[in-house]
Design a protein around this ligand. Structure first.
Ligand code: PGA
Length: 252
């Protein structure tokens, strides 16, 4: 059985003060079959790590991105060794907003994923198609194109299912309130798992968590979780409210 993950992506919300307030108000029962994780803004990482440690909370804390070089003339960027230095163990890579607005490509996603692993930081790699790609019947081809450079890299292939996991987020479902139906989501998750199986092997395919993301809410999470290939959620909007976040945890 794969341990499930409920991951919140706070995006550009919650500075250190709001982070502290949110975490101090969050009261959750630990679960043996699921992990809770929050990907918070860079400037809130230290506060999130401190508050969760002080309160012995079983909440993992991650960053939302990282640069692939260790250091150098990259104004405004943050490297994997910097994240490691402050105790970060998780990072999102290739979120569709990074791809859309910050020109991240499948190639830089590979570089960032390698940079994270090099510092023992566990990447959650995001993939997913746009509405136009779905409507023109290209969903499977896009997923394959996003996944192939990862599967073809021996270091990354060996880490999949161990320290690398995946999130499928159809771009048209992110922040739109238009959630994929469980059948649509399961269909792609199954495709992803079959690519893992055919290109790497059954053990990796069985061990890799594939989270669904895109307008997850307490109203639709249960149905999504009932799908055999959906191993949790990557949640934006509903991770920012204590009530919906707690409800999601109750459902996992
Ligand atoms: P959403 O965002 O839940 O607000 O749609 C999900 C995400 O972008 O990870």
């Amino acid at each position: 059985m794969r341990t499930k993950i409920l991951a919140g992506n706070w995006k550009m919300n919650f500075g250190p003060a709001e982070t502290k307030r949110f975490l101090e108000a969050l009261s959750i029962n630990p679960k043996s079959h699921a992990h809770m994780r929050l990907y918070v803004p860079y400037v809130s990482l230290t506060e999130a790590l401190r508050t969760t440690q002080e309160r012995a909370m079983t909440v993992e804390v991650g960053a939302q991105n990282l640069h692939f070089e260790k250091s150098g003339a990259f104004t405004g960027e943050i490297s994997a060794p910097m994240l490691k230095e402050i105790g970060v163990r998780h990072v999102l890579v290739g979120h569709s907003e990074r791809r859309q607005y910050f020109n991240e490509t499948n190639e830089t996603v590979v570089k960032r994923t390698l940079a994270a692993l090099d510092q023992q930081i566990e990447p959650l790699v995001c993939i997913g198609e746009t509405l136009q790609e779905r409507e023109s019947g290209q969903t499977q081809a896009v997923i394959q194109a996003q996944l192939s450079p990862i599967l073809q890299n021996p270091t990354l292939a060996a880490a999949l299912g161990k320290t690398i996991h995946l999130a499928y987020e159809p771009v048209w479902a992110i922040g739109t309130g238009k959630v994929a139906t469980p059948a649509q989501a399961e269909d792609v998750h199954q495709h992803i798992r079959s690519l893992l199986r055919s290109q790497i092997g059954p053990d990796t395919a069985n061990a890799t968590r594939i989270l669904y993301g895109g307008s997850v809410s307490p109203a639709n999470f249960q149905e999504l979780l009932a799908c055999p290939n959906i191993d949790g959620g990557l949640v934006g909007g509903a991770s920012l409210k204590l009530e919906s976040w707690t409800q999601l945890w109750a459902l996992i």
